[in-house]
Ligand binder design. Structure first.
Ligand SMILES: [Zn+2]
Length: 149
């Protein structure tokens, strides 16, 4: 049998639970029946197909699209390797330099060693003729926060 869909208060589906779990939620009064199976009931309750939570559950952390940028996150994403020479990285390089309006974003920053960072100075990789060993990407939560370095 398929599970019971649980909706947040804003109508977004959170997950599904077993019918037993759904009944426990009703008993604990944390959810109400949004949609029931016609002609079926379980004790005093209509047989739930969809439940709606009574209190809003914050999912912004779980479901935010991207982790926030951080220097440490960039180093983790790039496995502490310099994007120019692949040596050990100890800093973060801005592809479009900050002095020219480059932002602290996942796609504008790569891990770099101090040597390459100084060598590149206020130029883009193309201007400095320093090709990137990889293209920067937006990391998953795991890559940004849980990857071992
Ligand atoms: Zn380097």
């Amino acid at each position: 049998m398929s599970g019971v869909v649980v909706l947040n208060t804003d109508n977004t589906a959170l997950h599904t639970v077993s019918i037993q779990h759904a009944i426990k939620m009703l008993v604990r009064e944390v959810a109400i029946v949004e949609e029931a199976r016609d002609g079926h009931s379980i004790g005093p309750y209509p047989w739930p197909v969809v439940l709606r939570l009574i209190r809003y559950v914050k999912t912004s952390f779980l479901y935010a699209r991207n982790p926030a940028w951080s220097k440490r996150g960039v180093l983790r994403r790039d496995l502490h390797r310099c994007a120019y020479c692949s040596g050990p990285a100890d800093t973060v390089d801005h592809l479009m330099p900050q002095s020219r309006g480059g932002q602290n974003t996942w796609l504008n920053t790569v891990a770099a060693c101090t040597r390459c960072n100084n060598l590149k100075a206020n130029r883009t990789p193309a201007e400095a003729q320093m090709p990137l060993a990889w293209r920067p990407s937006i990391p998953s939560w795991r890559e940004a926060y849980h990857r071992r370095s």
